[in-house]
Design a protein around this ligand. Sequence first.
Ligand SMILES: Nc1nc2c(c(=O)[nH]1)N[C@H]1C(S)=C(S)[C@@H](COP(=O)(O)OP(=O)(O)OC[C@H]3O[C@@H](n4cnc5c(=O)[nH]c(N)nc54)[C@H](O)[C@@H]3O)O[C@H]1N2
Ligand SMILES: Nc1nc2c(c(=O)[nH]1)N[C@H]1C(S)=C(S)[C@@H](COP(=O)(O)OP(=O)(O)OC[C@H]3O[C@@H](n4cnc5c(=O)[nH]c(N)nc54)[C@H](O)[C@@H]3O)O[C@H]1N2
Ligand SMILES: [Mo]
Length: 885
Amino acid sequence: MLHVTVDGREIVVADGASLLDATRAAGVSLPALCHDDRIAPAGACRGCLVAVDGWARPVAACATSASDGLHVHTDTADLVATRRTVLGLLATTCRADEAPALQATPFEAALQSHGAADVERPRSEAAADTSHPCIHVDLSRCIACFRCVRICDELQGQGTWQIWQRGDRTSVAPDGPTMRTSSCVGCGACVDTCPTGALLDAARVDAAPPLTWVRTVCPYCGTGCEVRLGVEDGRVVAARPVLDAPVNKGHLCVKGRYGYGFTHAEDRLVQPLLRTGGRLRAVSWARAIGEIATRLDGIRTTYGPDSIGVLGSARATNEDNYVVQKFARVVVGTHNVDCCARVCHAPSAAALGRMLGTGAATNVFDDIERARTILVAGANATENHPIVGARIRQAARHGARLIVIDPRRIELADAALLHLAPRPGTNVPLFAALAHVILAEGLQDQAFIDARVDGLDEYRVSVESWTPERAADVTGVPADDIRRAARLYADGPSLSVHGLGLTEHVRGTEAVMALVNLALITGNVGRPGAGVNPLRGQNNVQGAAHMGCEPATLTGGTPLPVGRAAFESAWGTALPHTPGLKLPDMLDAALTGAMRALWVVGYDVTLSNPTASETARAFESLDFVVVQDLFLNETARAHAHLVLPAAGPFEKDGTYMNAERRIQRVRRVVSPPGDAREDWQIVCDVARAMGHGEAFAFGSAEAIWDEIRRVWPGARGITYPRLEHGGLCWPCPDETHPGTDVLHRERFGVGPRARLVPLAYVPTRETATEAFPLVLVTGRTLAAFNAGTMTERTPCHALRPSDVLDLSPADAARLGLHEGQVARVTSRYGTCVLQVHVTRQVRDGEPFATFHTRAAFVNRVTGPWRDTVTATPEYKVTAVRVEPA
Ligand SMILES: Nc1nc2c(c(=O)[nH]1)N[C@H]1C(S)=C(S)[C@@H](COP(=O)(O)OP(=O)(O)OC[C@H]3O[C@@H](n4cnc5c(=O)[nH]c(N)nc54)[C@H](O)[C@@H]3O)O[C@H]1N2
Ligand SMILES: Nc1nc2c(c(=O)[nH]1)N[C@H]1C(S)=C(S)[C@@H](COP(=O)(O)OP(=O)(O)OC[C@H]3O[C@@H](n4cnc5c(=O)[nH]c(N)nc54)[C@H](O)[C@@H]3O)O[C@H]1N2
Ligand SMILES: [Mo]
């Protein structure tokens, strides 16, 4: 603690604080126009000059560290006059404008409060660049504080904003001819920091900032960024990052920042719809609830409870999903309950659960900055978890050694010390070779192994033959790169993050197990800056599965056999004994007639599951399909007998669980449209109609959460009131427990010792043949999210209006395809049509496509193969041929 006097007032500030922090603590508002707490101080604008007793001349408070005993003055006549002059000079470079958005900017406020409001201002024409759908640029308002330049560089790491010398004036401009064609990724950090309104949210140029702001969690990916939503007339009209959020620390990506507009889309579902005579027609809730209760009752009576399946939503809250799986088990009497984790990171949960005892990331994102080496395997973090990606890129700039393992040259490869580009589907032999080098060179953490790891001898034998040279043959990664990567990873603490590039393969679970093996032999589990960390997909996919929307898992990730007795007593009913079906098995069962009804909550199965023709056949075989969603998604449009309108993510209370096991509070910001209702309410109504009112008599999301805490000891300490002050990572066994940032510190979930698992390499069947000479990889892109239902109803859509097929220049030339041309992609399973983008990001023979739109329907092409442990689809490799359409 430091003691500083500001204008005669004694102030105490933390070590490392600046004089600006001290003046703020003293309640003095200095025009620190070039300063933002998220970036390094520049001391450039001179607006925050202060005098310090005994110092020769005034200093910029933002760029000066406080030290004990300083006497600081902000209000001498000289300083007051200097400030007015500084502000006046800046004002002569900033065009005056009456637009509402420009009246209350920090700059205008500073002019007012420091007596510089009467300065003659240029009244030139606005010089706006309106090319970008999200960001409005008018540099005639620029005072050259360079906050945009610095935040783009230091927070996002993009470097879009550049400083240019023009005549006698320094100015800024994006690195493309226009904002839209620049390298901008639309994170909005520059808008957020701009003090003058030179940069504005495009949607808010003609409006004053909203007065009401509500803190909640972004509804897109599993990073779990906290966001403040601006509300006006019952509508969400703006979004800003929460500055002190542990995950995003004052940063958002384009979706979190500009992707809220789906909430008020014209075509939100606002009434239940029942298909009669082939058409969906609006019906009352009473009719809809009656219909579903009667149909499910009838099907259960005729075909048994296991002819019914329920899918929870990885987009909905923990509370919603808890109720969904309880409904399946208690009301229907089946374990046929699953969620989107199945097609995503189920292999990660299975591998981590089996080997370490907890099917979740071992460490928190703050460990990114603590790691010496960071391994990014099969995860395109700058696009799919952009805040994590930005943090990794900054960590690499600050000295962390970054290794990227991805067949494509993803953005992070540019920041990496080493980019290994294996052939898709060869992760297991690649990791075996890394282990081979580590053991051959004696780089393992023998003390850790002795204390906590079993099975080294067998494991050593299993990787013995995987010399870097042999692995180079199989994976295509040069042997020396394998050696270098092994040495870097062994020199920890090393943190790995991984994505679908490991999991969405026929040996996806084994790929994650291979990564856990590596962490175990190098002692990279149970300590800060290390661990094995799946970057979970949707906002609440970790939560949906963890709540029990998985056939063999009860709430809290409890395996069914372990939890049966406790849950039977908590729920006051016997649980079924027939094992439940995973989603792909449910679809198979539909085809044989064993499955008759499916209730799908927030999951566009038709569009997002592989081999779309088979998915469609399965749905067509069902007697009764209920879809509960915000929109008439493809599953609803094509197959639903009953469509139920759900409240969206900004329209309900509850919690999400992010990729770090962090439970965060989701808040109702606006009311749902029309008759849309919260997911849990709908499910409870149906339960009541089916005679189970008592077990579903919840009056609020908090009441559901309190039941969750009762059945899941690891969350017992996480109460709603505690979540008011930020999220908590489980396990958190009691109300004084601070939550757990690093798992497995002293012992593993499986016990005091973990066991290495020897793995064999089993290649995919989807290899290039004469008829299908290319191997298609599918995945995602920054501005579109999964089934696209939400992003396509926001300005993000303009940034990425269609799915695209990335082709290497050589492939494109060989196939006679050029940029923008339309290509037909055909596999053994189907065909689709995509626009071509020619790029060196992909290698020859390995095109890449996104799967976000109904128009392209890329899953018509993907194949039926599944991970042998979890049945997760092999989305990452499909043998195809490509030709001009
Ligand atoms: N913008 C955006 N963000 C999203 C989503 C979105 O749709 N859009 N979706 C969310 C969801 S649900 C999820 S699950 C996450 C997914 O996030 P990621 O896991 O990053 O997803 P993908 O882009 O599908 O695949 C990641 C990478 O795997 C690589 N890859 C393919 N095969 C292999 C292989 O055999 N080995 C290795 N090492 N790499 C391989 C691909 O080239 C690709 O770069 O993103 C979430 N975030
Ligand atoms: N080819 C290919 N296909 C893939 C993948 C791939 O890499 N390649 N990745 C797979 C992966 S990892 C995933 S996760 C899936 C994603 O596939 P999906 O889960 O189908 O996609 P999402 O867009 O995340 O959202 C599903 C639905 O949830 C709705 N929704 C959003 N919030 C709520 C809510 O609060 N309540 C309700 N009831 N509904 C809501 C949305 O409107 C949308 O219709 O796609 C998979 N498909
Ligand atoms: Mo996912």
